[in-house]
Design a protein. Structure first.
Length: 254
């Protein structure tokens, strides 16, 4: 049994207000890439999770991560293996996407309810299709966008983890307006994220050949949407050669 934890990007993310409970009211358009972490399951007498992949080490200090929490809430007994291919704390869904993959893989009749209890991004990651998110991002409605599926995407991360809480805390509190057309939208978290990780500006500059280039979520990963695989791959080669320490991934939108 195998399930992909599809990488999440935010095509646009507007922060509308800071609420009394400390959370933020946002409007966002979620989209998902064809690639991501990979979760597999085999029969087991109890629940276990093994970590592999290039970013497994980043999770070594988290003995009780969202994958295990999701599996426990389903009452599952399985030997799980998470091939961690995406960088951690990177604005790509991360643990939320992994938890959603566990829910899809293990199955059950309360998946939406459990997803909502696990975190704000998990309902969107459970769907893993283009959707509009409001509230904390957890009020999710599918939003098919003609011509978006199959769009070549380049993901680039400067190799610096970024705390979501720290980025939201740095938002200046200014409501810059509602989210309408996503192509004309923005990411209101880019400015506070760039103050914490200035390399985000260099990443966006490196993606200047893209049709649209933005930071995803709270960063530090940025994405570029390209007209063709050829243009995307040329940008990937150029960026990898110029910045060998950066993480670069070529994929497409689902």
């Amino acid at each position: 049994m195998r399930e992909i934890a599809y990488a999440k990007i935010n095509l646009a993310l507007h922060v509308r207000a800071r609420q009394a409970d400390g959370y933020h009211r946002i409007e966002t358009i979620f989209a998902f890439c064809e690639d991501g972490d990979v979760l597999t399951a085999a029969p087991g007498e109890s629940l276990s999770l093994a970590l592999t992949g290039p970013f497994a080490g980043a999770l070594a200090s988290e003995p009780d991560n969202l994958v295990l929490k999701a599996a426990r809430m389903l009452g599952a007994r399985a030997a799980l293996t998470l091939d961690k291919r995406l960088p951690v704390a990177a604005g790509l869904g991360g643990g939320s996407a992994d938890a959603a993959a566990a829910l899809r893989l293990l199955g059950g009749d309360r998946l939406a309810e459990i997803a909502a209890r696990l975190g704000a991004d998990v309902p969107a990651c459970l769907l893993s299709r283009t959707a509009r998110g409001e509230g904390r991002g957890d009020a999710v409605e599918p939003l098919p966008i003609d011509g978006l599926a199959g769009t070549p995407v380049l993901l680039v991360n400067p190799g610096v983890p970024l705390s979501t809480a720290a980025v939201f805390a740095g938002w200046d509190g200014v409501d810059r307006g509602p989210l309408g057309d996503w192509e004309a939208g923005r990411n209101d978290l880019e400015a506070p994220a760039r103050r914490l990780v200035p390399a985000i500006g260099a990443v966006l500059d490196a993606l200047s050949a893209a049709r649209i280039a933005r930071m995803s979520g709270s960063g530090a990963t940025c994405f570029g949407l390209f007209a063709s695989d050829t243009e995307r791959d040329a940008a990937a080669a150029r960026i990898a050669a110029g910045h060998p320490g950066w993480w670069v991934s070529q994929t497409r939108l689902r």
